[in-house]
Design a protein around this ligand. Structure first.
Ligand code: S3P
Length: 445
């Protein structure tokens, strides 16, 4: 898809947004559901799966390694190989744009005595893979081929018998933590992952649900120690994937910044490792009510009622970054419409996402008349309540879905339309984005 001619898209100042929005399934949970279902013995049944390109790539990779995966009506039914029994894929696994898919799958195959080749699109081929390969090397993995800086295409060969390790994750990354925990599934003995800064905990929760023996202790300094016993029997589960807070972020911010809006967002995941944007918007004065908080399949979910709001600038502390890491582009858009300055700190990980998101956001803001300052790991945005003088620019999306959607949201409240250079990547995480936003009243053409 990334080879096709670019398809620009514009968003223009809209009347109040109204109605109900059911956002697609959580991307992180969807990847893991296909992966763990494909590995476990027996059948896993999944409802609410995100049918975006990224997740479908993980499904294709699991099929190439022996899992059976099919859609039956609203359900995805997965028959796994059994833990320890993956097959060597005959062809390269193509992960397209998907960082989570490729990094978690490297963990999965990293403890298998087989050869696996990984490829991806131009964005994924620029992203660092050393962060997952380094701990896997300690477990016995050989990197047979890689581009400089441990970049794709990469060919891996796992050891005959993987060594369990103790690994302290050097950066706040759920993907790195997860790759080690998943590799540990095929290593004898106890693997321990030490996580100084807590990140999303879906791998831990879901592996425990599939039958792995996993223990999480938090020491006096707040550091998490995750111990997993190798070679567990994993058995198929029934999984209801909740709505993705990182996708909900777009209609949520749109409803906050378009005056007079009143939107209900249904069934959003409320796991505290994912709700940093909600916390920040509430601090900025957004009118958001949590309507029906409930537990479904082990995760907290809720409906949110969101109304057009007058926002004020805030300081967003670095500690909050892991719980809203994918939401900074759209938070920066909200900040454009707030009174005063919003300062976001601790953004170093944004530089290694689908694009260098810090510079992509800053450039997109600047071409649309926003006063902002990009630091090494900070972004300061001075707002313009009412969106006066904002818009009129074309944003380079750099194959990054969240840059594309964030700037379309900006156009809904800016004085002049905002255009993005290419809409193709939106399908990686939120295929129904444009239609859903139009149904709420957004002017996107
Ligand atoms: C994810 C972890 C985060 C996030 C990504 C999904 C996951 O990446 O940005 O979209 O599912 O584990 P990092 O681990 O690189 O922070």
């Amino acid at each position: 898809m990334h080879d096709a001619a670019p398809r620009p898209l514009s968003a223009a100042k809209s009347e109040s947004l109204t109605g109900r929005a059911r956002v697609p399934g959580d991307k992180s949970i969807s990847h893991r559901a296909l992966m763990f279902g494909g590995l476990a013995a027996g059948q896993t049944r999944i409802t609410g799966l995100l049918e975006g390109e990224d997740v479908l790539r993980t499904g294709a990779a699991m099929r190439a390694m022996g899992a059976q995966i099919e859609r039956r009506g609203d359900e995805w039914v997965v028959s796994g190989t059994g833990n320890g029994a993956l097959l060597e894929p005959k062809e390269a696994l193509d992960f397209g744009n998907a960082g989570t898919g490729v990094r978690l799958t490297m963990g999965l195959v990293g403890s298998y005595d087989m050869e696996t080749r990984f490829i991806g699109d131009a964005s994924l081929s620029k992203r660092p893979m050393g962060r997952v390969l380094d701990p896997l090397r300690e477990m016995g993995l050989q990197v047979l081929a890689a581009e400089p800086g441990d970049r794709l295409p990469i060919t891996l060969r796992g050891p005959k018998h993987a060594a369990p390790i103790t690994y302290r994750v050097p950066m706040p990354s759920a993907q790195v933590k997860s790759a080690v925990l998943i590799a540990a599934l095929n290593a004898p003995g106890i693997t321990t992952v030490i996580e100084p800064v807590a990140t999303r905990d879906h791998t831990e929760k879901m592996l425990a649900g599939f039958g792995a023996s996993l223990q999480v202790d938090i020491d006096g300094d707040g550091v998490r120690h995750i111990r997993i016993e190798g070679q567990p029997r994993l058995t198929g589960q029934t999984i209801a994937v909740p709505g993705d807070p990182s996708s909900a972020a777009f209609p949520l911010v749109a409803a906050v910044i378009v005056p007079g809006s009143d939107v209900i967002i249904e069934n959003m995941l409320m796991n505290p490792t994912r709700t940093g944007l909600l916390t920040t918007l509430l601090e900025m004065g957004a009118d958001i009510t949590i309507v029906d908080r409930r537990n479904e399949g082990g995760e907290d979910v809720a409906d949110l009622r969101v109304r057009g709001s007058e926002l004020k600038g805030v300081i967003v502390p670095a500690e909050r970054a892991p719980s809203m890491i994918d939401e900074y582009p759209v938070l920066a858009v909200a900040a454009c419409f707030a009174e005063g300055e919003t300062l976001m700190q601790g953004l170093e990980e944004l530089r290694v996402k689908e694009s260098d998101r810090l510079s992509a956001v800053a450039n997109g803001l600047k071409v649309n008349g926003v006063d902002c300052v990009e630091g090494e790991a900070t972004l300061a945005v001075t707002g313009q309540p009412g969106g006066k003088g904002l818009g009129g620019g074309t944003v380079e999306t750099h194959l990054d879905h969240r840059i594309a959607m964030s700037f379309l949201v900006m156009g809904l409240a800016a004085q002049k339309p905002v255009t993005i250079d290419d809409q193709a990547m939106i399908a990686t995480s939120f295929p129904d984005f444009t239609d859903l936003m139009r149904r709420l009243g957004a002017r996107i053409d």
